[in-house]
Design a protein around this ligand. Structure first.
Ligand code: NAP
Length: 242
């Protein structure tokens, strides 16, 4: 699929990787609809000229409202980027996490995305060539000690991606996975490690998505995925910085 003259929905399009995706795809003559929580960041994207729809992925009624608004305003969607995400960091051995916090992280990173995807299927089905792109994480392939709930949610999204691809196999809807390495966005602010520029990540991976590679990512992250399967102990040491 070429990303030109498409109608594209991006969750988490208000900052970081999603914002770079939104601007890059708009520059390539696509109609880009940006989703994020209602607030200043979404307003700024509207001021930039993007169509915006408020959506809190941690709140099922907000997700249903967003899907309803999209169906009212657009007759079809060609591409859905399930890109929004949050990562909370903590040490599970020194504190008992409040259950509401666990639920919220899983809701935003997994359950909300599954619900939103289901609600988007009718609009995607009206495209003769549709695509769903789920942003997951290397931590969905091997968990990181200080982000176990995030890792579990991303592992769930990886599984959902493969399962949905199988379920939709006989339809024109392709289901792909986008895996960023550590990237310089709000999510990694304050982390003292080498980070990729989000625009560089988008520039590397968009052509892969156009070629419909099942996993769009960097060479280094592809190597990490291989390690998680073949030498998991080494993957763990890489994540521990050893
Ligand atoms: N940065 C990395 O190193 C890295 C690595 C691997 C994977 N990823 C994944 O890449 C994706 C994009 O992350 P990023 O690095 O670009 O982070 P980011 O700059 O923090 O952006 C996160 C986006 O998610 C949205 N979001 C947060 N809470 C939300 C909620 N409750 N409902 C709806 N939207 C919500 C935010 O929008 P609002 O605040 O406007 O609602 C924002 O646009 C995420 O799925 C993340 O897990 C990132």
């Amino acid at each position: 699929m070429q990303f030109n003259d498409r109608t594209i929905v991006i969750t988490g399009g208000t900052s970081g990787i999603g914002q770079c995706l939104a601007r890059t795809l708009r520059d390539r003559r696509n109609e880009v609809i940006v989703l994020g929580r209602a607030g200043e960041r979404l307003d700024r994207m509207a001021e930039e000229g993007f169509a915006t729809v408020p959506c809190d992925l941690g709140d099922p009624s907000s997700i249903e409202n967003a899907a309803h608004q999209l169906a009212q305003r657009w007759s079809r969607v060609d591409v859905l980027f399930n890109n929004a995400g949050v990562q909370y960091n903590y040490d599970l051995t020194s504190e008992v996490l409040p259950v509401g916090r666990i639920h919220r992280e899983i809701d935003i990173d997994l359950s909300g995305q599954i619900l939103f995807t289901q609600l988007m299927l009718p609009l995607l089905s009206r495209s003769d060539c549709a695509m769903i792109v789920n942003t997951t994480s290397g931590l969905g392939a091997y968990p990181k000690a200080d982000g176990l709930v995030y890792s579990a949610a991303k592992a769930g999204m990886r599984s959902f991606t493969v399962g949905l691809r199988n379920v939709l196999r006989s339809t024109p809807i392709r289901v792909l996975e986008l895996i960023p390495p550590v990237t310089d966005t709000g999510m990694t602010a304050g982390r003292d490690e080498q980070k990729m520029d989000p625009q560089a990540f988008v520039d590397i991976t968009l052509p892969q998505l156009e070629r419909e590679r099942k996993i769009a990512t960097t060479g280094q992250l592809r190597f990490f995925l291989l390690l998680t399967r073949s030498i998991p102990g080494l993957a763990r040491r890489i994540l521990e910085g050893k």
